[in-house]
Design a protein around this ligand. Structure first.
Ligand code: NAP
Length: 427
């Protein structure tokens, strides 16, 4: 198939699709802020979605928040609906990169990926849904490669900090890093915090469908990755973590799936030694554990039935003890919130043969940043997009469906994130 040209004379470098969503509005603000860092007029962008009125409102709001009245007149609007393929194709033909914020991706994601691949626009999303992410790899990888299109999933808080954090830890370790565990802690200020309903819906439908994910994975026919060094022990369903001095449980998001796919890419494409990975999240003290157990039991029970899912979707606040809400966090709550990912790795120091004896070196690194969902996610998404635009020769040679780690391993994405408030450091 003829390669589709992605960069020639398209009117927009970036098109934010789903700009009227809760997350989309903050991506719009982040793009507007980032564009003003460079010379005027060098980066052209537009907002897209199914409602012109809502998109106008988002630009109006961003213009007010950022004191940039010019946004109202300078930023173009594209009307496109996931249910109308022609409108998606028309949108994709105008964009070098589509920043797709329309979720849950399991329902709305595939037509957008398809339209991007067919019409030569690179695609970045903020999905945390392994079934969608891996399904796109299965179905579109070869067509995206033929067309020279990069489709890079999970470029939000899920899973750039974890995936790039593991790569950063590998790079900082002088030798061969064989295993790493990450411990996530989220802090809120005096006003508290929460996550918007959009992510709750993605989680409800994702858990309900977990059997399909297992059968999807079998279709790849992957051999297990080789284990180098000591096998990483799985921690319990709930344990006290000395690393973060609080109770912790396995992290339920897309990080383990994304990191594993990146490690597989490094093994297959670069003959690298894979790093085993375990992801955990801190939950605090006993009070939080009781609440979480109660919410978890209700969730596991209800998510299995359609009436239960309807209940969960209707009442996110009630069933998540306020962790998720239809209104989403306020700007004040976001300002007071932050995250920390602590990575604890082990491996063979330089000069030690990884096939002999036990690992003899340890490393501790950190990725930290502002509120995860609506401050850090727009930053990571926008910096991922700018990396594609500015460093095409550092991307993998072929287009295809990539994880952030696979796509950005040789780029300066980590430096870019460091400059924009998502900080990587070695301790
Ligand atoms: N990786 C991360 O850390 C992270 C962080 C935040 C969010 N997310 C993910 O991002 C996604 C969006 O979350 P959210 O909270 O922003 O959800 P949301 O507020 O419900 O936004 C959904 C967006 O999709 C649009 N949309 C729905 N159906 C459409 C259609 N047929 N055609 C075109 N657009 C359509 C909506 O348009 P209207 O405005 O017209 O309804 C809206 O703009 C979720 O999957 C969530 O999990 C991930």
């Amino acid at each position: 198939m003829a390669r589709v040209e992605t960069t020639s004379n398209r009117p927009y470098h970036l098109v934010i699709f789903g700009a009227s969503g809760f997350t989309g509005q903050f991506v719009v603000e982040e793009v507007a802020r980032t564009v003003s860092e460079g010379p005027k007029g060098t980066l052209k962008w537009a907002v897209a979605g199914r409602s012109k009125q809502k998109l106008e409102n988002v630009l109006e709001q961003a213009a007010g928040v950022l004191s940039k009245p010019e946004l109202r007149s300078e930023v173009d609007i594209i009307v496109a609906d996931v249910g109308e393929p022609d409108t998606l194709a028309a949108m994709c033909k105008q964009a070098v990169i589509v920043l797709n914020c329309v979720g849950p991706y399991r329902f709305y994601g595939e037509p957008v990926v398809k339209a991007c691949v067919e019409n030569g626009a690179h695609h970045i999303d903020i999905s945390g849904e392994p079934q969608f992410l891996e399904g796109m790899e299965l179905n579109y990888n070869s067509q995206a490669a033929d067309n020279g299109v990069y489709v890079i999933g999970s470029c939000g808080f899920d899973s750039i900090p974890a995936d790039m954090g593991v790569l950063y830890t590998r790079e900082q370790f002088k030798g061969t890093l064989t295993a790493v565990e990450s411990f996530l802690t989220v802090n809120t200020g005096p006003d508290g915090g929460c996550i918007h309903d959009g992510t709750w819906q993605s989680a409800v439908y994702g858990f309900a469908d977990s059997d399909k994910l297992r059968s999807l994975r079998r279709k790849f026919n992957h051999k297990p990755l080789p284990t180098v060094g000591s096998r990483l022990k799985r921690r319990g369903a709930l344990f006290y973590s000395n690393e973060i001095q609080q109770y912790a449980l396995p992290f339920m998001g897309s990080d383990p799936s994304v990191v594993k796919r990146t490690q597989r890419f490094l093994v297959e494409e670069h003959e690298a030694t894979p790093t085993q990975y375990g992801a955990y999240a801190g939950v605090g003290g006993i009070g939080n554990i009781i609440k979480l157990m109660f919410a978890g039991m209700m969730f596991w029970f209800l998510v299995k039935f359609s009436f239960g899912r309807n209940l969960l979707i209707k009442h996110p606040e009630f069933f998540s003890f306020g962790i998720f809400s239809k209104a989403g966090p306020s700007r004040k709550q976001m300002e007071g919130s932050s995250f920390q990912f602590a990575f604890y790795g082990e491996g063979y120091k330089e000069g030690q043969d990884p096939s002999q004896g036990k690992p003899n070196g340890k490393i501790n690194t950190m990725v930290q940043g502002p509120e995860c969902g609506y401050v850090a996610t727009p930053i990571t998404m926008v910096q991922a997009a700018l990396t594609i635009l500015n460093e095409p020769t550092a991307l993998p040679k072929k287009g295809g469906i990539y994880t952030p780690g696979a796509a950005f391993a040789r780029t300066t994405l980590i430096d870019r994130l460091n400059k924009h408030g998502v900080k990587f450091s070695c301790i």
